[in-house]
Structure formats: C-alpha cells, structure tokens
Ligand binder design. Structure first.
Ligand code: NAD
Length: 457
C-alpha cells in the first residue's frame, strides 16, 4: 500500500472494474530501475525524418550493442509477433529538417508508434537546436518538435513517456549517457520534457570504458539535506551507482543524518549550509576524503506565506538556505582544487520556480534564482571540464507533500499526464545521471521531474 489511496483503489481488481465501468482515470504502475535491468524490455522502432539525420546511426549502434531488436519500419512485425505488437521504444531522428514540410515524416513514423508503445515505453524525438538555425523555416520546423512532443506526452498512456532531445552540431557522439537515461526506467517520471545536449561550447569528456552498472565508481559526492526525504534517497542512489557519499544536514537532524550515512556507508557532516564557515568546512571535510567530484545542492526549506503577509525574516531564511548558500559554496568549489576536474554540481530547483505557486513567493524566487545560477555558472565550469545542472521536481511523494490538505494533494497528483505523484527515487535517478562523468555534454540544463504536471506553466 502507498499513501495514494486512489491509485491503490484503481489498481485493485475490484477497483479496476469499477473504474472501467464509470470511467475513472487509470493510474499506471511505472517501471522503475533495478540493478541489472535491461535498458529496454522489448523491441524498438527507429525512424529518420530526413536523409541528413545525424543521430540515427549512434542510436542504432547503442541499441544493437545492447542486443535490442531494432526495426526501421514502424509497421514492422516485431518480436515474433505481428505488425501491431507492442514495442518498448520509438525513437525518431528529427535532425536535418529543412522546413515544416519535413514534419509529416515524423508524424508518419510516430502515428503507429503511439498505437504500439507498450507500458512504460519510451518515445524519444531527437532534433537540432532551434537557436542554431537562422533561416525562419528551418528554425520553425526545429521548434515545432517541442509542441509536438509536449502534446503527444499528454496523449501517451500506460506510463509511457515522450521526450525531446536537442543535440548541438558536433555532439552526436556525446549522447550515450543521455540516451541510456531517457530510454531506461531511470527516467520513469520525466515526461513531456526537453533537454539540450552539447549547447554549452567547449565541453570535453568521454564515455569510453564506463561501467554502466556503477557509473559513479571512484567518485566522491556531497549531498546536502541528506538526513531525510529526497536527499536521503539521493545519497542511497549515488551509493548504488558506486559513489562514496558525504552526507550533510543541520545539527538538529544529527540522528537521522547518522542513519543515512550508515546506510550508505558514507560519512556524516553536521553543518548548517548558511553558516559563514560552511563552504570552508565542506571543502576541509571533502579534502580528508581525497577531494570532491559531485556536489548535490538538495537542502531546501519552505516558509509559505502570501506575499501580502510576508515578513523579512521569513523571506531571508528561504533565500539564504535555498539560494545564497549554494552561490557561496559554488564560489568556493570553483576556486579550489578540492573540487576535481570533471566535477559535477547538481542543484534542486522546483516547479514553483518555473510556474509559481500561491503562498510561495520566497520559495518560487529562490528556486527560479537557482535556475539563473545554473545558467551563469555552466560556462564558468567548462575550463574544469565540470558541469552544473538542475532538476525541477513537481509533486513528489514525501513527508512534505503528505502533510498538504487533501484537496491540494489530490490536485497535485492527478493533474499531471501520469495521474500520480513521483517518488523521491525519480528525482534521485535524474540527479545520479547528471552526476555521471559520462554526462559531460549535458551542462546548464534544467530538467523537470514532474510527470508533466499541468499546474502552473
Ligand atoms: P525535506 O524537508 O524532507 O528535507 C530537506 C532537508 O534539508 C532536511 O533534512 C533539512 O534538515 C535539510 N536542511 C534544511 N535547511 C538546512 C540547512 N540550512 N543546512 C543543511 N541542511 C538543511 O524536503 P524534501 O521534500 O526532501 O526536499 C528536498 C529538496 O527538493 C528541497 O530543495 C525542496 O525544495 C525540493 N523540492 C521538493 C519537492 C517535493 O515535492 N517534496 C518538490 C520540489 C522541490
């Protein structure tokens, strides 16, 4: 049993038949990652929109190396079945578009894909970066993909996801960790989203020789706010992927912090990240562990008040914890060799920072500020071969959301394309992927992990 009574009900045998009869919306059970799980649970369809496509070759070679059955014709019989049998993925190389007329090729491929995509299947559209085109017709066609994907996501069923990758010119061979994330069940709650790869110039790195079961092996990570909630799950996920984890939280959460650190075989550092000495203390502690490869800025607070009732102390506490502390720690990381070459900074924004939320002006400001921080910091990290990215969770099942009034909670869950809240592990999987050395071409990105929530933007 989960906290979500409605999902439990419509997924019970009696509930399923009642829901079917009266037309209640279903809540699909999402396939989530377990170590050793294959990338895809069945065959894939791989289409190309134009003869100039740059990425189909790379996608095909990854899938065939992993033993996935790949078909080019979306109406092919697959897996010993028929031409209507379910598929685990439909991927279309939509690079090289010359104008809106080319979009019809994508429609022709995706129409059968949408009929055939199986439970928790993956539909991935891969296009060029719109800003890279000066001709209006080319740019319009590139940008059209975003409207197509966001709309198709609202039509997908049974936990299938639909997402868009923009790939910068020359970055087509730097996609492996991103393809592995978006095609696998690690991205279970990332739906209707767009991610740009290779758009911050000057990146370098390699995915040669990566152990994809332990992609963080040999790396040391700091997670702030690790005592509980999403932070504790991030610590466990980074550990599962091979990292040594330093867990940070306020002294008042010392017992819970020690528990997380014990569970992940890591160390605990009791530290208020807003303290003046916090950046120096963090670096000193990390130095004793041989330096730092990954920093996850997860600690965050809410102090909700309508703006009409806001006061300066409450406002400042939210901005200090959620934003200013991160800026100070990043300044220290940038100027210290303790933060290793090839390092990764991952920060936690929020849908409130993108769409806004009633009663959350301070929180929304802090979480939007985090996005500005990511934008401006990404180019500064290139000379260290490092990256910074953000996750923006929507409604995630935690103690915080469980304490919401029932109406708000139900709206948060149901008003999304997945008709459910995400789990802390969905946020953690996204952070763990950003944290990989092999994600070197993903920089300056903000990825919503929200099942395509309809609230706000
Ligand atoms: P939580 O309240 O359960 O955990 C936050 C942790 O941060 C706590 O352990 C707390 O002690 C710690 N912390 C707070 N101030 C600190 C400080 N000054 N120094 C060190 N540690 C401090 O919250 P959560 O739901 O797990 O959220 C984690 C992050 O995800 C936050 O940044 C939050 O804003 C963000 N987020 C959560 C949701 C959601 O649905 N739960 C949605 C969007 C964004």
């Amino acid at each position: 049993m989960s906290n979500d009574w409605y999902s439990d009900f419509v997924n019970s045998s009696i509930g399923r038949s009642i829901a079917g009869t009266v037309g209640l919306p279903p809540v699909p059970r999402l396939r989530r990652y377990e170590p050793g799980q294959p990338l895809l649970s069945g065959p894939a369809l791989l289409g190309t929109a134009t003869a100039d496509g740059r990425v189909a070759k790379v996608v095909r070679s990854l899938l065939t190396d992993l033993g996935v059955e790949v078909h080019d014709d979306p109406n092919s019989a697959v897996g010993g079945g028929s031409s209507t049998s379910k598929v685990a993925a439909g991927i279309v190389d939509a690079t090289g578009l010359s104008g809106p007329g080319d979009l019809a090729e994508i429609q022709a491929f995706l129409t059968p894909v949408m009929r055939r995509i199986g439970p928790s299947g993956r539909v991935l559209v891969i296009g060029d970066v719109p800003a890279g085109a000066t001709a209006p017709a080319v740019r319009a066609a590139r940008r059209a993909l975003e409207g197509l994907v966001r709309s198709a996501a609202k039509e997908a069923r049974y936990g299938a996801t639909v997402n868009l990758l923009h790939v910068a010119d020359g970055a087509e061979n730097d996609l492996e960790s991103t393809l592995r994330f978006f095609l696998s069940s690690r991205s279970a709650f990332v739906h209707g989203q767009r991610l740009d790869v290779g758009t911050v110039p000057g990146f370098s790195g390699s995915s040669q020789g990566v152990d994809w079961d332990k992609p963080l092996a040999g790396r040391t990570a700091v997670v702030t706010g690790a005592a509980r909630g999403i932070g504790a799950t991030v610590a466990a996920t980074l550990r599962r992927d091979g990292a040594t984890v330093i867990c940070i939280d306020v002294p008042a959460s010392g017992d819970a912090l020690a528990r997380t650190a014990n569970e992940v075989g890591g160390s605990a550092l009791q530290l208020d990240i807003t303290a003046d000495h916090a950046p120096a203390t963090l670096l000193e502690h990390a130095q004793r562990h041989g330096g730092l490869d990954v920093v996850v800025h997860n600690a965050g607070i809410t102090r909700d008040k309508l703006l009409a009732n806001q006061d300066r102390d409450r406002w400042n506490s939210v901005i200090d914890v959620n934003l200013t502390s991160q800026l100070k720690i990043n300044d220290a990381l940038l100027s210290s060799d303790v933060f290793h070459r090839g390092g990764r900074i991952v920060t936690v924004s929020s849908m409130a920072g993108i769409a806004g939320n009633r009663g959350q002006t301070a929180y929304g400001a802090s979480k939007a500020g985090v996005i500005g921080m990511v934008d401006a910091t990404a180019p500064l990290l290139v000379e260290k071969d490092a990256t910074i990215n953000a996750v923006a969770p929507g409604f995630i099942e935690t103690a915080m959301t469980n304490a919401m009034p029932v109406g708000t909670r139900e709206a948060g869950r149901r008003l999304s394309s997945m008709t459910q809240g995400g789990l802390p592990v969905d946020v953690a999987e996204t952070i763990a992927w950003f944290a990989q050395g092999a994600s070197y071409a993903v920089n300056g990105q903000v990825l919503r992990v929200d099942g395509q929530n309809y609230l706000g933007a």
